[in-house]
Design a protein around this ligand. Structure first.
Ligand code: ZN
Length: 240
């Protein structure tokens, strides 16, 4: 987690959930699924002592039908042996794996496909731009920036309001409403409109678009959007 803070430039108390989402790190339950199903894979394919295999319930018949292949019978787990054991949960996770993954025999391929199935690659746009712009942009995305609304939510200041407009200085206020940045904003919106228009994409210019880019645009087209946002951040002088 420390590494995630350093890489993203996020502030110290930033929500771990948001940080993990930003980096697309698997959450705890997903990590457990990885560990448990990988262990079962090793047991099934004889990479572990046989007594481990023998402690598992029998498998369904070894028919060639993929939907039953390498699936365990779901046993009754009221036996004392299974009390506090991870076996029941491991087995149900294993049985729930998609057929095309459960039936992979090679461990490396199994792990690779498991990751591919469950973890999306992080959005490469989040790493675009120079450190200052990237950090400000990221902090706003992580809902803990220098904008008053965020500082207030973390009990660091008394009022969430913008010093000029006396309205909550939310990301939406900063990017779309605050009268202090009218000139910079117009410039940003014009640039983004041109990009959308040139690529024939009908996308409203929303906070979502400014923070995450658009799935309707390619990486390189999105970079123009991020450039426009970064330029707004820099010229606003607000140092969010
Ligand atoms: Zn304002």
């Amino acid at each position: 987690m420390e590494a995630l803070h350093i890489i993203s430039g996020a502030k110290k108390r930033t929500s771990h959930d948001l940080l993990e989402k930003e980096a697309n790190w698997p959450d705890l339950s997903l990590r457990r699924t990885f560990q448990q199903t990988t262990l079962l894979h090793k047991v099934i394919h004889n990479k572990c002592p046989t007594y481990l295999y023998q402690s598992l319930p029998p498998m369904q018949d070894h028919s060639n039908r993929a939907e039953r292949k390498y699936k365990f019978n779901t046993p009754q787990f009221d036996h004392a042996y299974y009390k506090d054991s991870v076996i029941p949960s491991s087995i149900s996770k294993w049985n729930d794996l998609p057929n095309h993954i459960r039936t992979i025999k090679k461990l490396d391929t199994f792990k690779y496909m498991l990751k591919k199935e469950y973890v999306e690659t992080p959005n490469p746009l989040y790493h675009y731009g120079n450190r200052f712009n990237q950090m400000s942009h990221t902090r706003i995305r992580l809902k803990f920036s220098n904008l008053n609304f965020h500082l207030y939510n973390y009990n660091l200041i008394r009022s969430p309001n913008c010093e000029h407009c006396h309205l909550p200085e939310t990301p939406n206020h900063y990017f779309f409403i605050c009268t202090q940045y009218n000139v910079e904003r117009n410039e940003m919106l014009q640039k983004i409109k041109r990009i959308l228009h040139a690529n024939n994409v009908k996308n409203r210019i929303t906070l979502e678009l400014l923070l995450h880019g658009s799935k309707k645009l390619s990486y390189h087209q999105n970079i123009f959007i991020f450039d426009a946002v970064h330029s707004f951040i820099r010229k606003s002088g607000r140092n969010p």
